[in-house]
Design a protein around this ligand. Sequence first.
Ligand code: GLN
Length: 187
Amino acid sequence: MKIGILALQGAFIEHERALNALGAETTEIRRLAHFTDGLDGLVLPGGESTVQGKLLREEGLMEPVRAAIAGGMPVFGTCAGLILLAEKISNDGNVYVGTMNVTVRRNAYGRQLGSFRTDTEVKGIGKLPAVFIRAPYIERVGEGAEELARVDGKIVAARQGNMLATAFHPELTDDLRLHEYFLNMIR
Ligand code: GLN
């Protein structure tokens, strides 16, 4: 199994480590030429969604990535990756990949809670450690999408068919169950 990791910016190496530890092969996507046919899935890592969105456009990757996901390619977006996947960002006019029927709020936790660590119960998995870094949360989960977890009443993980997204960073903990869940989506 070969997973493409969008490696334009942000915390992509940690996703590679997690997936490699689970036996999956990974390859970094920085340019259009890297986004080849033989990929079984794609990871959109955390980082800065505005920068990642700009680079996706500049590299000509935005449309091919959108088309692949719309065509059913399994994708796992964390934090900024969730923002890229969202159809709507309530406090920002941008839409990036926009394939997932969710509305997110960027930098949603305010200054004092800019970064924190907690536990959250993820549907189908159990209790997981969750690291939040200037994270978004999901304000609305639309038709076809399903919420998977909440923290303090806010939705922080969701799935819609081939798309899995979290507001937090599972790749920054040593708990690999969400990555395992993603690999099972592919299988
Ligand atoms: N604040 C970032 C954004 O808006 C997301 C932060 C993250 O990915 N850890 O894109």
